[in-house]
Design a protein around this ligand. Structure first.
Ligand SMILES: *[C@@H]1O[C@H](CO)[C@@H](O)[C@H](O)[C@H]1NC(C)=O
Ligand SMILES: *[C@@H]1O[C@H](CO)[C@@H](O)[C@H](O)[C@H]1NC(C)=O
Ligand SMILES: *[C@@H]1O[C@H](CO)[C@@H](O)[C@H](O)[C@H]1NC(C)=O
Ligand SMILES: *[C@@H]1O[C@H](CO)[C@@H](O)[C@H](O)[C@H]1NC(C)=O
Ligand SMILES: *[C@@H]1O[C@H](CO)[C@@H](O)[C@H](O)[C@H]1NC(C)=O
Length: 373
């Protein structure tokens, strides 16, 4: 009995340590210099939570193009930021191998790609590395340990696209000590919007792209997302944050559920932990949310869209609906007229937050196999 137990514990230990040793992760802080055309947004920092709620009430009014009413032309921004990220490589990293470049969405940080820790099957980065890929994932400007500039005039979508481009150049030039043969852009939600933006403006940055939690064409979806977001001033909801009132988070776990989850197909303990470490988004980002989405006419790589069947933000709760005879995830093909291959995968029993549902391990398998060697 005692011997069997100790053998069992020993084998557990070996399994644990070999898994943990299989990847090497390095935390990086990368300085980026960018120039971007930003929207001049004519609203002040919200004076309090009520003013913030009023902004979201306006944003969720589907018959008004609210962003257009508060944008007064564009400005040229030149700035330097510090971006915090993590590079994880297989233990025996191949020279000239594949790098995944992963951008998270609203209400998360880089931690979106390592949900539930090192040995969890929800950990996307660990799965990528176990599949022989390296992965770089980072805190979007404004979140985590990255710079937190003006949340209205600076933290905007076009700025995020320029930052992603600068980071890809940094990685492609081998400045981390590794050279990669292929760089695959992987996004979730607003991170997919940013990834699309890179394919539009810098079509050679990514060899292929995986757009998760993303679709186009549903006319009410963004309003459903904004209305159910339950935005709270981030520094009031999470007192350890020292951000201006234009930085927001989902206020309650029920608004988080409404936006990201399909009940009950997730582990409530994992969700409680994710909610605690949820990341910010800014009013500048909400005002310019879809600006980068346009036809990527010069992008010739492959495109994979992976979006949960009841995605709220992009399908208004139903990704099986037909718009002009096509589902919202498949309408994305229209943005990629020059792609060498478009495909989509819609996991069932899954909402917008695909990485936190029980379906995640199967979804990850499909993504990693699609990316290939
Ligand atoms: C919301 O829209 C109304 C009417 O368009 C406007 O008067 C008000 O100032 C807006 N509120 C905010 C917070 O932008
Ligand atoms: C919009 O910009 C123009 C010129 O840049 C300026 O004259 C005008 O006052 C601005 N309007 C608002 C509402 O800020
Ligand atoms: C590096 O990888 C790329 C893409 O997979 C390939 O086209 C290229 O030939 C490889 N170069 C070397 C030196 O192996
Ligand atoms: C649906 O088709 C109409 C008519 O061709 C077009 O104007 C509209 O943009 C299409 N909608 C989408 C989401 O593709
Ligand atoms: C596109 O890629 C998918 C998934 O890798 C594959 O099953 C399909 O055959 C490809 N289509 C074309 C036309 O090559």
């Amino acid at each position: 009995m005692g011997k069997m137990l100790s053998q069992y514990l020993l084998s557990l230990f070996i399994a644990f340590s070999s898994f943990a040793a299989a990847q090497t992760c390095t935390s990086l802080t990368i300085p980026v210099n960018i120039e971007a055309q930003t929207a001049h947004i004519t609203i002040p920092e919200p004076v309090d939570q009520s003013a913030l709620t009023a902004f979201f009430v306006n944003l969720s009014t589907h018959s008004i193009d609210y962003p257009n009413t508060i944008i007064n032309g564009t400005r040229q921004l030149k700035a330097q930021y510090k971006i915090a990220g993590k590079l994880c490589t297989p233990k025996n990293v191949k020279p000239n191998g594949t790098l995944e470049f992963a951008t998270h969405g609203v209400a998360f940080t880089h931690a979106w790609w390592e949900v539930d820790g090192d040995n969890s099957e929800f950990n996307y980065a660990a799965k990528a590395v176990a599949s022989g890929h390296s992965i770089f994932y980072y805190d979007r400007l404004g979140t985590g340990f990255s710079s937190q500039p003006d949340g209205i005039q600076e933290v905007q979508s076009t700025v995020q696209v320029e930052i992603a481009h600068a980071l890809v150049q940094y990685l492609r030039q081998g400045k981390t000590g590794h050279k990669f043969g292929k760089v695959i852009g992987v996004g979730h939600s607003f991170g997919s919007v940013i990834t699309v933006g890179v394919t539009v403006k810098y079509p050679k940055d990514f060899d292929d792209v995986v757009l998760t939690g993303f679709a186009i064409g549903d006319p009410v979806a963004p309003f459903v997302g904004a209305a159910s977001f339950g935005a709270a001033i981030a520094s009031e909801a999470i007192p350890t944050l020292n951000t201006p009132s234009s930085y927001v988070v989902p206020g309650t776990i029920s608004s988080y559920q409404a936006n990201f989850l399909q009940y009950p197909n997730y582990d409530p303990a994992v969700i409680a932990a994710q909610f605690k470490i949820r990341g910010t988004a800014t009013l500048g980002e909400f005002t310019t949310l879809t600006t980068p989405v346009a036809p990527a006419t010069d992008f010739t790589g492959r495109v994979l869209v992976v979006t949960g069947i009841t995605d709220s933000f992009f399908c208004g709760g139903n990704c099986a609906e037909k718009i002009n005879g096509t589902t919202p995830p498949n309408l994305v093909a229209g943005l990629y007229p020059a792609t060498s291959n478009f495909s989509s995968y819609v996991p069932l029993n899954t909402g917008h937050g695909i990485n936190v549902h029980f379906s995640a391990p199967t979804t990850y398998d499909i993504i990693e196999k699609w990316i290939g060697a």
